[in-house]
Design a protein around this ligand. Structure first.
Ligand code: ADP
Ligand code: MG
Length: 460
């Protein structure tokens, strides 16, 4: 079967010219043929897209001519091999014998950004209420780097998709604007490179890499440099240089800038200049959707019921959720048993139990919020609209929605029978007040931490 492919490509070589063949056809490989579909792999997205738009049609025609069969094709991106053979160098203008659009990038394109995981793309990121703002903002940044939210600051607990979004932005910008020079790295690596550069007298190269030849800077886990004075200082200059020339900066962290102990004030204020968006623990529906996608990707046959059951047991974060699925699937395979709800319960029993006492209920939220604002729970449930009552009430509704599985109508019910639109409204207002009013944000964060301490299931 592979022969059809190779023969067709070689048959085309005289027509397309050797250079075009080497540059754009040879790297595309045939993995399998399923029915009438060729499964192809390309070394990267850029090659894939170029091949698809310029050569795929010609190749399929050639195969049809040889086999009398019309195939269609699906192209996947191969997992990267170490040290690719400089695919980004611009080829000389090929002179095809037949008119085929000639691939001739005007100047050498920068290589694809290093360190981005193939799996972390927008199309594999499940959006839900818990990450909607962050995901939409990341998407906006990916579409118009440097234009909308600069810097974009995404924060939240561990395993909630921050790194995933950061990579997704890098991939998307690279695919749509291959000329943009994208630099992605963790803040820890930034620090290590900085120290090494200073030590080895290579500061000029370091400066050039981050301040001059960088169009998009993606930094993961910025909290790492808090308290490291020289690195913070250097990052401050990098930030200013990029910001002033309109380059996109996107940063993730485990908490809001103001809460990073040891972070210089001039840095925290800059990190607040653009948009600050959080990722929260996903709600049940989102957890189930994430599991469904992962099961599909991994080719696991698990019913929706069972997936939902896993999603109910594992609430803390997405990484744990994925881990749980892998564990269940592995055990089932080893024991050669079907994956049922009972089996899941057995395999995940250690995850499920210790979390139970932590359950956050609407009642707990109401009590804590009332105490915090020196009110009575009855005030929160009552009708009074004075601001010193209505605001805590809205915060309590917001936290109930965020930390429990209660629906908007249920929450309205527990707050003295209010309409669900009142609850929706409250949640919206508190969400936006958190960016505009620091006291509200601090109150919400403090309360959230008390209800769902870090390290434990934030969502329980
Ligand atoms: P963080 O950087 O916030 O600690 P990651 O981005 O590393 O978290 O996410 C942990 C894992 O969970 C990754 O495998 C990631 O792909 C997955 N993940 C997180 N959020 C989502 C989501 N909304 N949809 C799909 N996968 C997700
Ligand atoms: Mg991360």
């Amino acid at each position: 079967m592979v022969d059809i492919w190779n023969e067709a490509l070689q048959g085309l070589q005289p027509r397309l010219g050797e250079q075009t063949y080497d540059m754009w056809l040879r790297p595309i490989e045939l993995a399998t043929i399923r029915d009438d579909t060729l499964q192809l792999t390309a070394p990267n997205r850029f090659m894939k897209e170029w091949f698809e738009t310029h050569y795929l049609g010609v190749v399929l025609d050639e195969i049809q001519r040889r086999t009398q069969t019309r195939y269609s094709a699906r192209i996947e991106i191969a997992t990267p091999k170490p040290a690719p053979a400089e695919p980004a160098a611009a080829p000389a203008e090929p002179k095809p014998a037949v008119p085929v659009p000639a691939p001739a990038p005007a100047r050498p394109l920068p290589p694809p950004p290093q360190g981005l995981s193939e799996r972390y793309r927008f199309d594999s990121f499940i959006k839900g209420a818990s990450n909607e703002l962050a995901a939409s903002a990341a998407w906006a940044v990916a579409q118009e780097p440097g234009q909308r939210f600069n810097p974009l600051f995404i924060y939240g607990g561990v395993g909630l998709g921050k790194t995933h979004l950061l990579h997704a932005v890098g991939h998307h910008i690279h695919a749509t604007r291959p000329e943009q020079r994208i630099v992605y790295l963790s803040a820890e690596r930034f620090m290590n490179e900085f120290i090494a550069a200073v030590r080895c007298n290579q500061f000029e190269e370091f400066r050039a890499r981050y301040r001059e030849t960088c169009d998009v800077l993606l930094i993961d886990d910025i909290q790492f440099i808090a308290g490291r004075d020289r690195t913070m200082d250097e990052f401050f200059h990098v930030f200013n240089a990029l910001y002033e020339s309109g380059k996109q900066i996107m940063v993730t962290a485990d908490r809001v800038p103001a809460d990073m102990e040891g972070m210089e004030e001039r840095l925290t204020s800059r990190l607040n200049w653009g948009l600050v968006a959080d990722v929260k623990s996903p709600d049940l529906e989102t957890r189930a959707a994430i599991l469904r996608q992962k099961a599909e990707l991994d080719g696991l046959e698990i019913s929706d019921r069972v997936l939902l059951h896993i999603a109910t047991l594992v609430r803390s974060n997405v990484r744990e959720l994925e881990g749980a699925l892998v564990r269940v699937a592995t055990f089932a395979e080893l024991k050669r048993v079907p994956i049922t709800e009972a089996f899941v319960g057995e395999v995940l029993s250690d995850l499920a139990q210790p979390l139970e006492p932590q359950t956050v209920t609407v009642e707990r939220v109401q009590k804590l919020v009332a105490t915090h604002f020196s009110l009575r729970v009855a005030d929160l449930k009552g009708p009074r609209r004075h601001r010193h009552i209505s605001r805590p009430r809205m915060i309590a509704m917001y936290l109930s929605r965020e930390l429990t599985d209660a629906s908007f109508p249920e929450i309205g019910q527990r707050f003295g029978g209010k309409d669900h639109s009142t609850v929706i409204n409250a949640c919206r207002r508190i969400k936006s007040m958190q960016t505009s009013e620091p006291e509200v944000r601090l109150a919400v964060e403090g309360l959230r931490r008390q209800l769902a301490p870090e390290g434990l299931a934030a969502r329980l």
